[in-house]
Structures are given as C-alpha cells and as structure tokens.
Design a binder for this molecule. Structure first.
Ligand code: FE2
Ligand code: FE2
Length: 295
C-alpha cells in the first residue's frame, strides 16, 4: 500500500550525503546568455557557506538543551547535511574566483554579519545564554522556511532546463534543494521544543525575512558589478527579476513574499510546504547523490 505524505516524512532518517562536483568546465554564465538569472541564483553561493556554517554552530549550541531523543537525532542529521552544503557552495565560490570574479569582499561582510552580529555573545549568564540560543534558533527556523521554499522551487523548475542551464549546477541546486525539503521541519520543531511561543517565531521571521531580501539584492548588485565580462554594464532591476520568473528561471517574487507570509499562520508547520516524497525521489536519481552513495 502506498505510504501517505505524513508517513514518508515521519520515517525520514536524515543522512549527510558526501557529494562531489566537478566545476572545471562550469561557464561563468551557467545559464547561457542569462547573466542576471545566473547571478541571482549565484547569490546562494555567496550567502550559504557562512550562513550554513553558522546554522551548524547554533544547532551545536542548542544540543544540550534538547530533551527529546528523536529530535536530537534529527538535529545531528541536520548539522551533518548543512556542513556539507556549506562546503559544496564554497567550492563554487573558489571557482568564481578562478574565473576572475572575486566574491571575497562581499563574503567578508557576510562572515562579519554571522560571526560578529549574530554570533554567540560572551559574558552571558546561563539564563541569558539559553535565551540567546533560542533566539538564534528562531532565526534559523525562519531562514529554513525560505531554503525549503527555494528547494521546492528548484525541484520544480523546468524553466532552467529550457534555458539549458549547466547540468552539474542544476544537480547541485536540486540535491541541496531536496535536502532542504527533506529536513525542512527540524529547525521549526527544535524551536517549538525550546519555546512554543508565537512571539519568538514571528520575531525570527520579522528579522530574517527582510534581511534575506536585503542581502540578496546587494548580492546580485555585487556579482553583476564584479563580473569580468559584464564590467558593470548590466544594472539589476526588479523588472529583470520578474521577467526571469515569468520564464521559469527564477522564483516568482510575489510567490516568495506569499510564502514568507504563510509563516505567520498560527497553525503553520513546515510540512505544509513541499513534498518529502518528491525530495527523496530526486535524491534517488541525483548524479551527485548516487555517486556519494556508491563511494
Ligand atoms: Fe542547506
Ligand atoms: Fe537547511
């Protein structure tokens, strides 16, 4: 008998897949003749190495607060997956540098944000430290709502094939996207385990949502300016973002906003978004995930 979506999700065991990608032949504009769409997606590579390393640090700090054994296992699986995601995107950054696009000034700002502004605070009392950890978990939970939204989009984006996007990059986006859908409940469940309050959850999104949009816009602007072929000739605009979405190469800005607003529903749970069965289906066919499983 086929299993229900809830059964598929409940039975998940989060396993890190030690994927490898070969970027040696990745063109600078890996969606051919679409530098705006290429760099809009490339912002992921700017944000995720620092961001996901920070996620793993927050969750390691939260481990001693967890009193549910199954949740602890899920958190450990989450940490393992995010650590590999960060390294996979780091390799793309290194490749960009080799192609003459230096991402380091922007990445230094992101590192400062995550390590200094959002990092652990010294000299806190045990109670303040617990509060600080839960506050950061709420922030992770809000961002994970968007990573699951983007992952679900990546798994359902035939426009990228139509645009002849590089297949290795597509596999990176979909492998990562599938794992984001797979572990989409962990941060939220951890937050609810530590604090059931609606206020904390909302604060995470009120801070995290606009910050993510701001960093994304800045990232696109940075990449277009630093692109050695464009030399600043292409200026970003919402019109191009809209056009890219209409042609299926980028997520729709309106749908992204609507998705963010769904997080405010009192009865929200991440399982209402995306499909674990579809994510597992992709991971069973992903060239990188299959190669990792065979190693
Ligand atoms: Fe991730
Ligand atoms: Fe994630």
């Amino acid at each position: 008998m086929p299993r229900t979506a809830a059964e598929v999700h409940t039975d998940l065991v989060l396993e890190p897949r030690d994927v490898k990608f070969d970027w040696s032949r990745l063109p600078l504009h890996w969606i051919p003749d679409e530098p705006f769409a290429t760099h809009t997606i490339n912002v992921l590579h700017l944000l995720l190495p620092e961001g996901e390393r920070w996620f793993t640090e927050v969750f390691k700090d939260a481990l001693p607060l967890i009193t549910d054994e199954q949740l602890r296992e899920e958190v450990l699986g989450f940490i393992g997956q995010e650590a590999i995601h960060a390294e996979a995107h780091q390799e793309v950054l290194d490749h960009l540098l080799g192609q003459g696009l230096d991402p380091r000034p922007y990445v230094r700002q992101i590192a400062w944000l995550f390590q200094r502004i959002l990092g652990p605070k010294p000299h806190l009392s045990p109670r303040q430290r617990r509060e600080n950890i839960i506050e950061r978990v709420a922030f992770v939970a809000a961002i994970e709502h968007f990573t699951a939204f983007l992952g679900n989009w990546a798994l359902n984006s035939p426009g990228l094939e139509r645009a002849k996007a590089d297949p290795t990059m597509l596999d990176l986006l979909r492998w990562h996207g599938a794992e984001e859908v797979e572990h989409r409940s962990v941060a939220f469940d951890l937050l609810v385990h530590l604090d059931r309050g609606y206020g904390r959850r909302i604060r995470g999104m009120v801070l995290g949502g606009p910050l993510l949009v701001h960093l994304w816009v800045r990232g696109v602007r940075y990449l277009l300016a630093a692109d050695p072929e464009l030399r600043g000739r292409l200026k970003p605009s919402w019109r191009q973002a809209w056009d890219g979405a209409q042609r299926g190469m980028l997520p729709d800005p309106i749908q992204s906003l609507r998705s963010g607003l769904r997080y405010f529903k009192v009865r929200y749970h991440p399982t209402q978004e995306g499909s674990s069965a579809q994510a597992l289906g992709y991971l069973a066919t992903s060239p990188a995930a299959r190669a990792a499983a065979a190693r």
